[in-house]
Structures are given as structure tokens and as C-alpha cells.
Design a protein around this ligand. Structure first.
Ligand SMILES: [Zn+2]
Length: 241
């Protein structure tokens, strides 16, 4: 079974339309940045969908504003007791005063940050993200090699960077894959799903029916992983693929 996904624009808002075997249309606004997704009955016409979305514009905008505010209102300070995520699990940050080389390690639900007592927020953030980056870069090669073999494609290069609105990107011409650093906060199967998604772009650059069919073939549970990626309340990460 394939799911057809369309993008429409209503009043300058991008709306993802998914067809499902349901009776009533359902509109959702999702964190962190207020993505709008409509689940519509299979037979419902595009015009009817558009009208339904227009009818809910006020509600949609209210929720988008709420997410935008949430994101601004919760700056991280990288202090003891703060919750941070690593590989899909919650960790409590614990600062240890330490002179000399900073150190960082994760064990038993705690991320230990050994830093000078006068370290700044920016310093601690940079330290944690450097560590995240190292952890992610250690995970990727094995998963990439595994899926390159299964799908029968090869990326020419890959890299990790912080992105605001995407979990990953692929340039099929250059065969280059970028992965969002925020993926290190997610369960490993979510990282794996994004890797598969980007590799499938080497076979099909568009998000069309062929793309969906290939995803279903290689990773039948991909929709579940996508929901998981976009559901977890993690604050600052982007969404999408
Ligand atoms: Zn994509």
C-alpha cells in the first residue's frame, strides 16, 4: 500500500496532505516549528480540503505561534539538572568543576560535564555539541555501509551539520548526504530511517509515488519512525527530510 502525499499552499502556509481511509478530515500542527499536516479521506477533492484548511486558519496560526514562542522561551543553559537527550533517551546534565582539559561522558542516565567553574553557557553548549557530533559520526559509517549495500547505491560523501528545518538532505547529482546533528538525540532507528530516506533519493530525487514505494520496500516501518522523529518533545530541532 502506498500513501500519496501532496503539498498545497493555503494563505502562504505549506500544508502536507496525506490520503487515508478515514471518514473525516483531520488537521494537525506539529512541533517544533508548526508544520501543518492534513489527513484527508481518499475521495475528498482538493478544493474541499483547501476550504477546510481555510476554515481552520485561525486555529492553525494560533498553534504555530505557540510553538514559535515555546522555542524562544526555553533557552538551554547547560547547567546541572537540565534534561538533554542522547540516542532517544533522557539524560540529566551534571556539571563537575574541573580545571584543565574539559571532559564529557554519558552513563546511567547522566551526562557528566567536567568543566571549569567559570565556564560560559556558550562554552558548555559548544562542548556538548562537539561531543554529540563525535558520537553521531561514529554511528553513521556502519549504518551507511549497511544500507548502501541493501539499496544498491553509494553516497560519494556524507557529513553532519546543524539544520533548522531538515533531518537530512541529499544532493543526488553530487551524491552527497547531509545529516542533521540533532539526530544524535533520537533513537538510532530514527537516524537509520533518515539515512535510508536520503539514500533512496539517489534512486528517486522526488517525494513521489515511486519514492514511497521504494521506502515501503526497503523500510516498511518508515512512517512509524517519521512520526517518532517529529513527535518527541525536544525543543530546538528541525523536522522533515
Ligand atoms: Zn527527502
Amino acid at each position: 500500500m502506498t500513501t500519496k502525499i501532496n503539498q498545497i499552499t493555503v494563505s502562504e502556509i505549506n500544508v502536507e496532505v496525506v490520503r487515508k481511509k478515514i471518514k473525516n478530515l483531520h488537521i494537525g500542527v506539529y512541533p517544533p516549528d508548526g508544520r501543518v499536516r492534513v489527513a484527508a479521506p481518499t475521495k475528498m477533492g482538493m478544493e474541499a480540503i483547501r476550504v477546510a484548511v481555510i476554515g481552520k486558519l485561525g486555529w492553525i496560526k494560533k498553534h504555530q505561534l505557540k510553538f514559535a514562542n515555546q522555542e524562544r522561551q526555553s533557552p538551554r543553559e547547560y547547567v546541572t539538572g537540565e534534561t538533554h537527550y542522547f540516542q532517544g533517551r533522557r539524560y540529566r546534565l551534571n556539571l563537575q568543576p574541573h580545571d584543565g582539559r574539559p571532559r564529557i561522558m554519558a552513563c546511567h542516565g547522566t551526562i557528566e560535564l567536567h568543566v571549569p567553574t567559570d565556564s560560559s553557557i556558550e562554552y558548555r553548549e559548544a562542548l556538548l555539541y562537539a561531543w554529540y557530533r563525535k558520537q553521531l559520526k561514529e554511528q553513521v559509517p556502519e549504518l551507511l555501509a549497511k544500507w548502501e549495500q541493501i539499496i544498491g547505491v553509494q553516497a560519494a560523501a556524507w557529513g553532519v551539520k546543524r539544520m533548522k528545518t531538515r533531518w537530512g538532505t541529499c544532493n543526488p547529482t553530487a551524491r552527497r548526504v547531509w545529516l542533521n546533528l540533532e539526530l544524535i538525540k533520537k533513537p538510532i532507528h530514527c537516524l537509520e530511517y533518515i539515512i535510508v530516506h536520503e539514500l533512496v533519493h539517489l534512486l528517486e530525487r522526488l517525494h513521489n509515488d515511486r519514492f514511497t514505494t521504494l521506502m515501503d520496500q526497503y523500510m516498511p516501518s518508515w512512517r512509524q519512525y517519521r512520526e517518532e522523529l517529529n513527535r518527541q518533545p525536544l525543543g530546538h530541532e528541525g523536522w522533515g527530510e
